[in-house]
Design a protein around this ligand. Structure first.
Ligand code: CTP
Length: 394
């Protein structure tokens, strides 16, 4: 289940020009199943209308300390208590300064002062204002008080200059919200190493032997584990924007992946090898680009190291088995040969799942050869089911 589902997010909007992006944040959060309460400062309401936010969130938008409240509790207290997380986006230099001094002269500042809920702040302003030592000092004061600060983006600013101070993309802000919400998750404190993508075995400086793995399954596992509070190292051959809080290590070949896995598993609770590791590599990688010539080109291939079999330790080992026939039988053989705790077997001939798809249909098999046949589901759901099984073992 998405970590944002049924969570209450208090979105504080202050009067920076990038407030025009705040409705998008509210809208995406709603689409992901969160309830969004909005508190706007007076200046924010000059840039975007409360009505826009009201329509998007389907809730009353709060702008005024003195507006009548439906219940007997003071508005700022009940807002502060009902939120799972407070996000101030954009946060202007003025609001940052007020919060750093503990001022409470508007609804947003009083709410933040009254809360014990985690606060995320996304400063966005002109680069000179941002780099002013006063602003920097205020930001670091708030950081010391436990605020999560989202680094302002770099790019075109209102002044026409290129610099730092932009409100980051909605996806980035939502990712940080997920990270903060994940802190109390059921895998809190556990360390996971996850591999993703197909390895590339070099032929020469230009060419490689690769495979069709997209890395989506590995990413889904890494993200799900992160969302459930785990510390995650993702070792990947595929470039992607890693979710906040995930340590990402980029590798190419099976040999590089093995080295990275060996280093990462030292303190790990579980290793999940979702990567499609090549079984063979070229014996003699050419230092120069191989030229076209008459006749046949032969490449001598030698075995790559089998990472899952060779990496040793007391952590839980989980593998994937990509099979085109005798799914369960072949997967059980791999589970035994590689000394695994669990193996997720998938039929790569199925049209609706597997390589490149957002969905997968796997059978999870344990050491007792018990096979849990899962129906077609999103890779994220498969990830959660695998993590549930790992949790049982942990
Ligand atoms: N694996 C590995 N190192 C390799 C090959 C595979 O660690 N050199 C891991 C994969 O990441 C996966 C599991 O072993 O979790 C099974 O991979 P798979 O390709 O299905 O099996 P192989 O052992 O390569 O056997 P085959 O290709 O012959 O089916």
């Amino acid at each position: 289940m998405d970590i944002l589902k049924d969570k209450t997010i208090l979105l504080g909007i202050t009067g920076g020009i990038s407030a025009y992006k705040a409705p998008d944040i509210a809208s995406k959060l709603r689409q992901l199943g969160a309830n969004v309460d909005v508190v706007m400062t007076e200046s924010a309401a000059k840039i975007i209308t409360p009505r826009t936010l009201q329509s998007i969130t389907n809730r009353q938008v709060h702008t005024d300390m003195w507006q009548p409240v439906e219940n007997f509790r003071a508005g700022h207290i009940s807002l502060a208590e009902s939120a799972d997380v407070i996000v101030i986006a954009p946060a202007t230099a003025n609001t940052i300064a007020k919060l750093a001094c503990g001022m409470a002269d508007n609804l947003l500042c009083s709410t933040v002062l009254a809360t014990r809920t985690p606060v995320i702040m996304s400063p966005a302003m002109n680069d000179n204002m941002l780099n002013n030592p006063v602003t920097q000092k205020n930001i670091s004061k708030l950081k010391d008080r436990g605020f999560v600060i989202i680094e302002p983006g770099y790019g075109h600013l209102l002044s026409g200059k290129i610099g730092q101070g932009r409100l980051p993309e909605t996806a980035e802000i939502i990712d940080i919200i997920r990270l903060v919400l994940s802190r109390g998750g059921d895998l809190k404190g556990k360390r996971f190493v996850v591999t993703a993508g197909g390895t590339r075995e070099a032929i020469d400086p230009v060419r490689f032997i690769g495979n069709r793995s997209s890395g989506k399954m590995g990413f889904a596992i890494a993200q799900a584990a992160r969302d459930r509070g785990a510390e995650v190292t993702l070792i990947s051959t595929v470039e992607c924007y890693p979710a906040a809080g995930i340590r990402m290590i980029a590798v190419e070949s099976a040999g590089e992946m093995k080295k990275a896995v060996e280093e990462a598993v030292v303190a790990a609770d579980a290793l999940i090898m979702a990567a499609a590791v090549a079984d063979y590599q070229v014996e003699q990688v050419s230092g120069n680009k191989i030229k076209k010539a008459d006749g046949v080109l032969s490449l001598k291939l030698i075995k790559t190291p089998d990472i899952l079999s060779e990496v040793k330790g007391s952590f839980i080992k989980v593998g994937f088995a990509a099979e085109s026939e005798n799914l369960v039988e072949n997967a059980i053989t791999k589970l035994k040969e590689k000394g695994l705790h669990l193996i997720a077997a998938n039929d790569i001939t199925a049209k609706d799942s597997g390589f490149g798809s957002d969905n997968n249909r796997v059978t999870i098999i344990d050491r007792n050869e018990r096979a849990e046949v899962l129906p077609l589901m999103s890779k994220r759901e498969v990830a959660d089911r695998i993590l549930d099984r790992i949790k049982e073992i942990i």
